[in-house]
Design a protein around this ligand. Structure first.
Ligand code: ATP
Length: 248
């Protein structure tokens, strides 16, 4: 029995500044209920792929010049990020991007802005976020700009959860964090996947940790998918071991 497909990226090309070809025909699929990892080194095109999906390339003079991107079978090419959130897809950008002058709790509440339900539902979801991130509950009254890098990453994910997404596009959650915090954040991602049913497309340079938590992986090199497969198979693949896991 095959899994339902949520996101389908089909052979996309992305060009920056009209001349710089950065994605050279990338295809990938995100199934419902999965954690899908997009792997590759610095500059391979991971962030560009996520931004292509959520239509964030225009402000960087980038555009999708070939291929298609669909969510539940419908093209997302003309959706702005707010429309995409209404369809159930939200991106957590690299570098966290908290509102530094707002408190942790105020940051989380900004994530519920597209919702039409009453205060009760939003309050319940805030408690749900605090259940997954007890640290954020402790820090709820703190100004976000004064919390640690790990806490800001949690705020960014927590804020995304407040929109009740079906799919989260998560860009480089491990960036700049100590190994123990990386472990903590990935464990929460897995819990959210298993208990809340949130699907993830996760861009990561840290192949090692990503392949332990993801179900399926795609490896990008210079704007092309050079390998893909179930995470358990990629972990055992000799090339992946040699070039990405550093344990040949
Ligand atoms: P990182 O881990 O650094 O985010 P990445 O795999 O996400 O790496 P991208 O950020 O998607 O890679 O970048 C892919 C390529 O596109 C790089 O060569 C980068 O220099 C180039 N690039 C990114 N943004 C722009 C831009 N606005 N204009 C021109 N080139 C860009």
């Amino acid at each position: 029995h095959t899994q339902e497909t949520l996101l389908e990226v089909n052979n996309i090309e992305v060009i920056y500044n009209h001349v710089i070809l950065v994605l050279k025909g990338v295809s990938l699929t995100v199934p419902k209920g999965g954690i899908t990892a997009l792997l590759g080194g610095n500059g391979a095109g991971k962030t560009t792929t996520l931004k292509a999906i959520s239509n964030l390339l225009a402000s960087e003079r980038g555009e999708v010049t070939k291929g298609s991107i669909t969510y539940r079978g419908d093209s997302v090419a003309d959706l702005n990020p707010a429309d995409l959130v209404k369809r159930g897809v939200i991106q957590v950008m690299e570098g966290r991007h908290c509102f530094e002058h707002l408190t942790v709790e105020e940051n989380l509440l900004t994530g519920a802005y597209t919702r039409r339900e009453g205060k009760g539902a939003i309050a319940r979801d805030l408690e749900m976020v605090y259940d997954y991130f007890p640290r954020l509950k402790e820090r709820r009254k703190s100004q976000a700009g004064y919390t640690s890098g790990g806490e800001q990453q949690m705020v960014a994910i927590g804020r995304a959860l407040m929109s009740r997404p079906e799919t989260i596009l998560l860009d480089e959650p491990s960036m700049g964090l100590a190994p123990q915090l990386v472990e903590e954040i990935f464990t929460i991602v897995r819990d959210l996947n298993e208990k809340e049913g949130v699907s993830f497309l996760l861009a990561e340079q840290n192949t090692n940790v990503a392949l332990r938590f993801a179900h399926y992986g795609y490896i990008l090199e210079s704007g092309r998918v050079v390998m893909d497969g179930p995470a358990t198979e990629l972990r055992e693949n000799p090339d992946v071991k040699e070039f990405y896991l550093g344990m040949s």
